[in-house]
Write a protein that binds this ligand. Sequence first.
Ligand SMILES: Nc1ncnc2c1ncn2[C@@H]1O[C@H](COP(=O)(O)OP(=O)(O)OP(=O)(O)O)[C@@H](O)[C@H]1O
Ligand SMILES: [Mg+2]
Length: 257
Amino acid sequence: MADALVVAEGVKKNFLHMGRTLEVLRGIDLAIYHGEIVAIVGQSGAGKSTLLHCFGTLDVPTSGSLKLDGEELTGLSSSRLADIRNRHIGFVFQFHHLLPEFNAVENVMMPGMIQGRPRKELEARARALIEEVGLKDRASHRPGELSGGEQQRVALARALVLEPKLILADEPTGNLDSKTSAQIHELFFAINKQRGTTIVVVTHNLPFAASMPRVVSLKDGRVEKDERKSDVKRDIDTAAEAEVARAADEPKKSATA
Ligand SMILES: Nc1ncnc2c1ncn2[C@@H]1O[C@H](COP(=O)(O)OP(=O)(O)OP(=O)(O)O)[C@@H](O)[C@H]1O
Ligand SMILES: [Mg+2]
């Protein structure tokens, strides 16, 4: 197995609310490997968003260890966490949070503009991403002039603009109809496959989760199940390799026959 990108060991997260301690994450042990696409599922309140926020350095565990690409995140200063977040992590939320006064390309450029990256280079990259997510003809539309699915495509392109190692998505299609959701789901798979970006998606969409090679189920702040279909994939890969080898062998056989 490849190296782990995210490693959580005994991650606990408590919230203090009205003088009471709420134990939301109760000891999460989980490793996400480079290049994986993983679904996180579980009932409302199970702690999915809280875990995703910890993975994304938007929140810090109360205790336990959380590493991103080998670096321990707990105990880092908020400026160091922000730096890691900006350089390595892209977010897609249920609501796109696009800026209404900027068009699609400008919204995609925004994370780079904030970092002071050269405008020309950013614009070229943003245009390529807008095309990659299938919005070539909508590049100059503002969010109000885009459908919900198109807005979410822009949000995905924006998450990719700084070429993060990790994309964290929290119910990215929670707000979309099933056909539009399925198209966005395909886009996640395409990005994972073509770019090798590691993707963790929290979803209530069970068909989408079921189509994932790995599904982690949370219950009451713990990992209840962690199911992989990689063996199935490996079987397919092995069969495909055998087929390629057989096909390559075929002409030689007929030549020698
Ligand atoms: N800042 C906070 N302060 C107090 N309690 C919180 C805070 N954030 C989350 N919680 C509580 O933690 C629990 C888990 O919340 P979380 O948002 O992680 O759930 P979830 O699994 O993402 O649920 P959903 O599927 O509804 O989005 C909930 O009971 C919630 O009320
Ligand atoms: Mg949530």
